[in-house]
Design a protein around this ligand. Structure first.
Ligand SMILES: *Cc1c(COP(=O)(O)O)cnc(C)c1O
Length: 429
């Protein structure tokens, strides 16, 4: 297939994420990728700023990860998980239990982040159902969150960003506290917690869980909030008998500078969702970790089983590459690498602060964000990034990067320089 044929068919027949078929943005055919470089079919190479949406933490075409998939493919690519088990799943569950705090010692494998969030929400409902508190079915979350695109996930995504009005009447309606305003580096302000506190005090008898992204709110606004907020959430969940679901699908495996972002607040959730970087971005896989108590109650109550079982649950290929990826991470100097990334992003993005069109520049761990005052014009900005040899995919007002941890300082500087230049060119248009 020629380059033109491929693009023409793609344009006519294929949906891309959040895309219009009648007014599409440019789509760039990728030939291959290696390290932090994405190679386009026309021969151009782009330095990857996105890690394919938080997931490719070790870079592309890593020999250890390729080997893990190839070896596993030759042995057992897939087998149903009902009534059967296998070493890749057991090994991965053991690792996940080991690297997460007590009492998280049960693992439910899912095939995508959204499904894992759905599963965690079902677990919370089924837990209270099992202990005879059937009225506890509601959820409380915070604005500016993102938890995935299927219905229950959407219902706890930010109601404005998440376009709840389109699905009004069929989307479950849950409670939203004001988004945290106190930033990660700000001085803590008790008032920031007032909205959350009022909602939980008033509604806790009908609530089964709080769900949120710890510290880093991803696709819902790319915001970093104060650890004290999370401490208070944990405290009130205990006081009012609610489970706390931490959605670490974006933050897990070191991205925020800690292995899990909950560690910034030294709290332990009751249910923990991981995904994205779990496999190093090589396969789709996610998991929910739960405390043993939750598993026991669900298993002893009616109907005596947890009601979920994806066809590709614990896919051996995905588990094998996840095992290899987590091992690579833990054996690497990831804290040092993420810290270097944080320093490079802070330094490299700082010049954006001088731009009139920029509202805020913020960096935490391996995440760098330039928030604009107005939404960027993707029809101009996207080709501008590509022509400067970087892959950055802004949305609305947010120009953000979360590169693979293995990026060299020189490539990181090229990436941040390109961001500063493109935004300056936009401003002076
Ligand atoms: C990406 C993401 C999800 C959804 O994961 P998918 O694999 O896209 O279904 C859920 N929560 C958070 C915080 C995410 O970043």
């Amino acid at each position: 297939m020629t380059f033109d044929e491929l693009l023409a068919f793609d344009k006519q027949h294929i949906w891309h994420p959040y895309s219009s078929l009648t007014n599409p943005l440019a789509t760039y055919p990728v030939e291959s990728a290696s390290g932090v470089r994405i190679r386009l079919m026309d021969g151009r190479e782009l330095i990857d700023g996105m890690a394919s949406w938080w997931s490719v933490i070790h870079g592309y075409a890593h020999p250890v990860l390729i080997d893990a998939i190839q070896q596993q493919a030759a042995k057992l690519s897939h087998v149903m998980f009902g009534g059967l088990t296998h070493e890749p799943a057991v090994q991965l569950a053991r690792t996940l239990v080991e690297i997460t705090p007590d009492p998280l010692d049960l693992v439910f494998f899912a095939d995508s982040g959204s499904v894992s969030v759905e599963v965690a929400m079902k677990m919370a409902i089924q837990y209270y159902y099992a202990i005879g508190r059937k009225e506890k079915q509601g959820f409380l979350t915070i604005r500016s969150g993102y938890h995935g695109d299927v219905f229950h996930c959407m219902s706890v995504c930010d109601p404005v960003n998440g376009m709840h009005h389109i699905f009004k009447g069929i989307l479950p309606e849950y409670l939203f506290a004001d988004r945290p305003e106190c930033g990660f580096y700000d001085e803590w302000d008790e008032l920031d917690f007032l909205s959350f506190q009022k909602l939980i005090e008033k509604h806790h008898p009908s609530l089964c869980a709080v769900i949120l992204e710890p510290i880093v709110q991803g696709a819902g606004g790319m915001r970093f909030y104060h650890p004290q907020y999370l401490c208070k959430v944990r405290e009130l969940c205990d006081r009012y008998d609610l489970l706390l679901i931490a959605d670490e699908i974006a933050t897990g495996f070191g991205r925020s500078g800690k292995l899990f972002a909950c560690e910034h607040a030294r709290i332990v959730p009751d249910l923990l969702c991981v995904g994205k970087a779990l496999t190093g971005g090589y396969m789709t896989l996610a998991a929910v970790l739960a405390g043993g108590r939750i598993g026991e109650f669900i298993s002893q109550g009616d109907p005596g089983v947890f009601m979920h079982g994806p066809t590709f649950m614990a896919n051996p290929l995905a588990c094998a590459v996840a095992n290899a990826s987590v091992r690579l991470l833990l054996e690497s100097e990831w804290q040092k690498n993420v810290l270097a990334l944080e320093k490079g992003l802070k330094l490299g993005l700082a010049p954006c602060r001088d731009l009139e069109s920029v509202a805020d520049v913020r960096v935490l761990g391996g995440v760098g964000v330039v928030e604009m005052k107005e939404a960027v014009d993707m029809k101009r900005v996207q080709p501008a990034f590509v022509s400067k040899g970087v892959w950055v995919r802004p949305f609305a007002k947010l120009v953000y990067v979360m590169p693979p941890y293995c990026i060299e300082q020189e490539d990181l500087a090229s990436l941040t320089t390109a961001i500063c230049e493109v935004l300056a060119e936009e401003e002076s248009r």
